[in-house]
Design a protein around this ligand. Structure first.
Ligand code: F6R
Length: 615
């Protein structure tokens, strides 16, 4: 994780870097820091905690004026979050300075070697080891900064996106990447650096995504030099045109990004459907499938890999692909898949799902699958992200930037793409009639409106949140398509309110979790099912008879559950396979309101980061 920012050009670097760090704060917020070349030396200001704390420190500082600088917002890996371990990190001579996102795995061996050479270390970070290795190489080999960085990087094992500045070469920033994201914004006589494009979208629409194993020497008023780290060969990178605009990433009057993003779901779903659904012609257009239809039609199984919330959308897809398209489907945590020597054969279909497109485990799982000859279909939200680029083909979700750490609109738009895939494959395989196909696509085209309606229960949900905000534990139950939604509801509550919550398939309750039920344990039951409705009602009775409190999510017009649940939240009625789109909405809102009432930092929960680019 961690976010890095840099600037080299004619403007004051400090405000650009500070603003860029605020946009990247979702990537980590344990500490932050900025280094500026002030005309005579590199001056650093760092602070433990969020960027707001750094901003206060900066107000007390005077020597941070200059037009070259780098900045960092940290999610701690090596060394606790404190001022000393914050980045930027100086080299021993204070002449070089670095920001780093990633992990240097062999830092300890390098550190011992450098200590023998007389180097000393102030922090516990692997990053300080790297900058001193660069300094050591620069002096020993008598080379310039770019070459020193390159030689040093050939000695390290691990992942990195780095930006380095040098007192002796203040008109340069050297950047390099392996495994962590880094992009360069190209303006007129100025360059910007970011872990993603958000730090510089108001300045330039031209962006170069550095690829793994590449290094760039960005120079003032001269062309940037691009090289491969391993063999010094030259590269000519592509300049991409950005479509993202500034207003798309701001809060627009909502108290939190999470709430804004929950409310954006109807539009995000419509945007994801745009151009892909033609009701009058009866067509679902997904070029990733159209171009490789034979691969999909001959697939014996599909394996979906993902992490966290994206893994929950994969679980919903397992139901969709098996029930609607009759394709055997397996869902795997990317982190397990990558290390358990999975059986993957040539032309097997792997679907990788990731909002950020940068999750290290998912990326590594894709690389493993590709090395075994699998065909990878990526479903990502961030355009140009590493997973999108690593996949053979795929579909973007078009949810727009998701800034709140708790994923909401990414989840519903992932399900949208997966649903389109399932229905399209089912039609292509000839296993559903034209009439049923039409029924599906009409219902799909209405999801956005129905999600909009589901959001109107917000005030009711807020009242329920008030009643349950002091709960210490919560149980979430669902069946079939809504079992993954029970998992997702529990995850949302855990991650932003720090209340312990567990999701279970409703019928599993009697195999253990029922022992937890008492008057203090709220259970959130998703009871919209058409199939197995009676069984859900029985599960609710079992909880009631043990004095458990029930919050039930039901379809509008429900009568039976209304009679027995303590609280009900109605969602619009839809076909069974689309209920997850409806039922997840009140669960997102419930977690949001509880977390706000508990005074938690909803958008930046403790210990988390938006983009998990480390293992
Ligand atoms: C939870 C959440 C995480 C992510 C997970 C995968 O709200 O956001 O669980 O879903 O870290 O991230 P992506 O989808 O970016 O690969």
């Amino acid at each position: 994780m961690c976010g890095i920012v840099g600037y080299l050009g004619g403007r004051e670097a400090l405000p650009i870097i500070l603003n860029g760090l605020k946009r990247l704060e979702y990537r980590g917020y344990d500490s932050a820091g900025i280094a500026i070349y002030n005309g005579s030396s590199i001056s650093v200001c760092k602070s433990k905690g969020k960027i707001s704390k750094l901003e206060k420190q900066l107000q007390k500082r005077k020597n941070l004026s200059g037009s070259v600088g780098i900045g960092h917002t940290r999610w701690a890996t090596h060394g606790e979050p404190n001022n000393i371990n914050a980045h930027p990190q100086y080299s021993n001579s204070n002449k070089l300075c670095i920001v780093h996102n990633g992990i240097i795995e062999n830092y300890s061996t390098i550190k011992q070697k450098l200590i023998k050479e007389g180097y000393t270390f102030k922090s516990d970070t692997d990053t300080e080891v790297l900058i001193n290795l660069i300094e050591y190489v620069k002096i020993k080999e008598n080379v310039k900064l770019g070459e020193a960085v390159q030689i040093a990087l050939n000695q390290v094992i691990g992942a990195y996106a780095i930006a380095v500045i040098d007192n002796d070469k203040p008109d340069e920033i050297v950047v390099a990447k392996l495994g962590s994201p880094l992009c360069i914004g190209v303006g007129k006589d100025e360059h910007f650096i970011g872990s993603d494009v958000t730090p510089f979208i108001e300045f330039t629409k031209n962006v170069i995504y550095l690829e793994d194993g590449e290094l760039a020497i960005i120079r003032n008023h001269k062309d940037t030099l691009f090289r491969k780290i391993v063999d010094d060969s030259k590269i000519s990178p592509t300049i991409n045109k950005l479509e993202l605009s500034l207003d798309k990433i701001e809060k627009q009057g909502f108290d939190h990004y999470m709430l804004k993003e929950i409310y954006e779901q109807p539009k995000a779903i419509q945007d994801t459907l745009r151009g892909r659904l033609n009701i009058s012609k009866g067509i679902i257009k997904l070029s990733g499938i159209d171009d490789y239809i034979n691969k999909f039609l001959s697939a014996k199984k599909i394996t979906i890999i993902a992490c966290g919330t994206s893994w929950h959308s994969a679980l919903v897809a397992e139901y969709m692909f098996e029930k609607i398209s009759r394709i055997p489907t397996e869902v795997e945590y990317a982190s397990e898949f990558r290390y358990r020597d999975p059986v993957v054969e040539r032309n097997d279909i792997i679907i990788a799902i990731s909002q950020s497109g940068e999750t290290a485990d998912t990326l590594a799982a894709i690389k493993l699958a590709k090395s075994k000859g699998a065909f990878v279909y990526g479903i990502c939200n961030v355009v140009g992200s590493s997973i999108a680029r690593e996949s053979d083909t795929g579909s973007y979700t078009h949810a727009g930037p998701e800034i709140g750490v708790a994923s909401t609109k990414a989840f519903t738009t992932q399900m949208t793409v997966l649903y389109l895939m399932a229905v399209k494959l089912s039609k292509s395989k000839g296993i559903i009639s034209e009439k049923i196909f039409r029924k599906y696509i009409v219902e799909i085209s209405n999801i956005g409106n129905k999600v909009h309606k589901a959001l109107s229960a917000n005030n009711e949900i807020k009242k329920i949140a008030k009643k349950f905000k002091s709960a210490k534990n919560c149980l979430y139950l669902g069946r079939g398509y809504n079992f993954p939604i029970a998992l997702e509801g529990a995850l949302k509550l855990k991650e932003i309110s720090y209340i312990h919550a567990e999701g279970y398939p409703a019928a599993e309750m009697k195999h253990g979790p029922i022992a937890l039920i008492d008057k203090d344990m709220p259970t959130i039951v998703i009871a919209t099912n058409k199939i197995n409705y009676d069984k859900i009602v029985s599960n609710i009775q079992e909880i009631k008879s043990r004095k458990g409190k029930i919050i039930a999510i039901v379809s509008e017009g429900d009568k039976e559950v209304k009679e027995i649940a303590d609280y009900i939240i109605e969602v619009p009625d839809t076909i069974e396979s689309m209920t997850p789109f409806m039922t997840v909405i009140p669960l997102q809102l419930l977690s949001y309101h509880i977390a706000v009432m508990l005074g938690k930092d909803v958008d930046q929960p403790r210990n988390l980061a938006k983009s998990v680019t480390v293992e």
